[in-house]
Write a protein that binds this ligand. Structure first.
Ligand SMILES: Nc1ncnc2c1ncn2[C@@H]1O[C@H](COP(=O)(O)OP(=O)(O)O)[C@@H](O)[C@H]1O
Ligand SMILES: O=C(O)C1=C[C@@H](OP(=O)(O)O)[C@@H](O)[C@H](O)C1
Ligand SMILES: [Mg+2]
Length: 183
């Protein structure tokens, strides 16, 4: 059955928390559109996130990210996966609060590290000590992520499928009216 959301569901949290993979799975289960802000930025720029960081710098990327988020929030309510730094900007938090339910995918350092260590797609982790960088960002950001409407703690060992089912239940419990079936 098709569903219509009353407002957006916006996933926030650290790199590797599962925003992209769980957001896509959540949208599939709800039969609603899915948008990942990083993918939108990459498509618009015809460059990867790493290329944008390398050529234009992080400040440029953050401006693009804020523009893209504002644009997506004006579209039909959907599941939106943000990049890990998006929720750190006041302007993004205000825009997301006004138009959606924010959900923090809270995750411990070891789980995050296990998930991101194989990949070279995240420019912020291209440092001499990527695990140390991840730990520092986690400590800096967690208090701000905690401002999200809903906290969804990762369960180490959960499959993507199990986590998506649990996430859907948590969202329904937080806002039973969020998703309505439409003919
Ligand atoms: N329980 C789980 N929840 C979320 N992701 C998981 C889980 N178990 C394994 N993963 C893997 O962790 C990675 C999360 O990456 P991604 O969705 O890109 O995170 P983010 O967008 O938050 O940076 C994916 O490769 C996914 O398959
Ligand atoms: O945490 C961050 O600042 C970033 C997270 C990335 O997205 P994911 O959280 O989806 O990996 C991407 O937006 C960029 O590399 C910066
Ligand atoms: Mg992502």
């Amino acid at each position: 059955m098709r569903q219509r959301l009353r407002r957006h569901i916006v996933l926030v949290g650290m790199m590797g928390a599962g925003k992209t993979v769980l957001g896509s799975e959540l949208a599939r289960r709800l039969h609603v559109p899915f948008t990942d802000t990083d993918t939108e930025i990459e498509t618009a720029a015809a460059m990867t996130i790493a290329e944008i960081f390398a050529r234009d710098g992080e400040a440029f990327f953050r401006d693009r990210e804020a523009q893209v988020i504002a644009r997506i929030l004006r579209d039909t309510p959907r599941v939106i996966s943000t990049g890990g730094g998006a929720w750190m900007q006041d302007r993004n938090r205000a825009a997301i609060r006004a138009a959606g339910l924010s959900v923090w995918l809270a995750c411990d350092l070891e789980t995050l590290w296990h998930r991101v260590r194989q990949r070279s797609t995240r420019p912020l982790l291209k440092t001499a000590d990527p695990k140390g960088t991840l730990a520092r960002l986690l400590a800096e950001r967690d208090p701000t992520y905690a401002l999200a409407d809903l906290t969804f703690p990762a369960r180490p060992g959960d499959s993507v499928d199990a986590a998506a089912a649990r996430l859907l239940d948590a969202i329904h419990a937080a806002d039973p009216q969020l998703a309505n079936e439409t003919p």
